[in-house]
Write a protein that binds this ligand. Structure first.
Ligand code: ATR
Length: 280
């Protein structure tokens, strides 16, 4: 039976095994999906041993997405842009040597959740992306590819936002997207979509943006889910926005990885519904 895993540290909390088990049952794919706790100083060796044991691929989570990027011998364009990999497929070259393909499905998962599950087209919209760390870097390329009119990356330290924007400048120009960086205070207003990619809510801090940035009826999405997302969702409601947590993105990025490995796209609707019920 084909073997996969989610590799991280910590990884005990991961919902990915349950999600992929449902995808496998639904599509009739014979596979096993485990949790792989990797030592902080031994990610590469751990993954190499996992692959050598016959595994076919893995998802990668905090804090190893950058190391996974370095381990891949081939990268998708979106993984290259993100500088991070959340999905590895253990391919073999014609000479029998490992030839691993690295992808990043986080951004596609986010875009699919917004467009398909929340029913909002991103094309032509103005997006405010809060944060310039790994979470934001992982999704910016896919947000640009959805062809919004503009994206402002706003971060506490504006230098980091400027760096992220510079890395994506050519990609944004190709897609006709006005891409800017700012600090959290000067991010402007009238955004139809706000995405929180900061880890502020994990630390129990307030939503790190001034009031009045949103257009009426905007969508405000936090990439967190569960209790961590609750303060953000309360803030969104107080702004008159439609609040959304990161659970849909989690399921959609998993579906994208499953499709990469198995060549078949699962139906995410019932899986997301079951997860929501479980967390309620
Ligand atoms: P991740 O991989 O989850 O994105 P990260 O790379 O450490 O983690 O990035 C965390 C992001 O949350 C950064 O954009 C950080 O802002 P700085 O770059 O200025 O540090 C942001 N962040 C964390 N706590 C915050 C807070 N209390 N207020 C505003 N931004 C915060």
């Amino acid at each position: 039976m084909d073997l996969y895993a989610v590799a991280g540290n910590p990884v005990a909390h991961s919902r990915s095994p349950a999600i992929h088990a449902q995808f496998a049952a639904q599509t009739g794919q014979a596979l096993r999906y485990e949790r792989l706790l990797c030592p902080l100083d031994g990610f590469a060796a751990h993954i190499q041993a996992f692959a050598a044991g016959g595994a076919r691929g893995c998802n990668v989570t905090v804090p190893f997405k950058f190391e996974a990027h370095a381990l891949a011998s081939r990268l998708s364009e979106r993984a290259r842009l993100a500088g991070a990999v959340n999905t590895l497929r253990f391919d073999t070259a014609a000479d029998g040597q490992p030839d691993w393909f690295g992808d990043n499905t986080d951004g596609a998962g986010l875009v699919r959740d917004i467009e398909h599950n929340a029913g909002r087209r991103l094309a032509g919209q103005r997006i405010l992306l809060l944060g310039a760390g790994g979470a934001s870097a992982g999704v910016l390329g896919s947000l640009i590819a959805a062809r919004p009119a503009a994206i402002n990356v706003a971060n506490r330290s504006v230098d980091k936002a400027a760096r992220l924007v510079a890395q994506h400048a050519e990609w944004a120009a190709q897609h006709g997207v006005d891409l800017q960086a700012s600090n959290l205070q000067g991010c402007g207003s009238g955004f139809q979509v706000l995405i929180n990619g900061t880890s502020a809510s994990l630390a129990g801090a307030a939503v790190p943006v001034t009031e009045g940035v949103l257009a009426p009826g905007a969508l405000a999405l936090d990439m967190m889910y569960g209790p961590a997302a609750a303060p953000f969702l309360a803030w969104a409601a107080a702004q008159g926005a439609e609040g959304r947590d990161g659970l849909g993105m989690l399921v959609e990025q998993a579906a994208e990885a499953f499709a990469l490995w198995r060549g078949i796209r699962p139906d995410t609707g019932p899986v997301l519904q079951a997860l929501r019920q479980e967390l309620a």
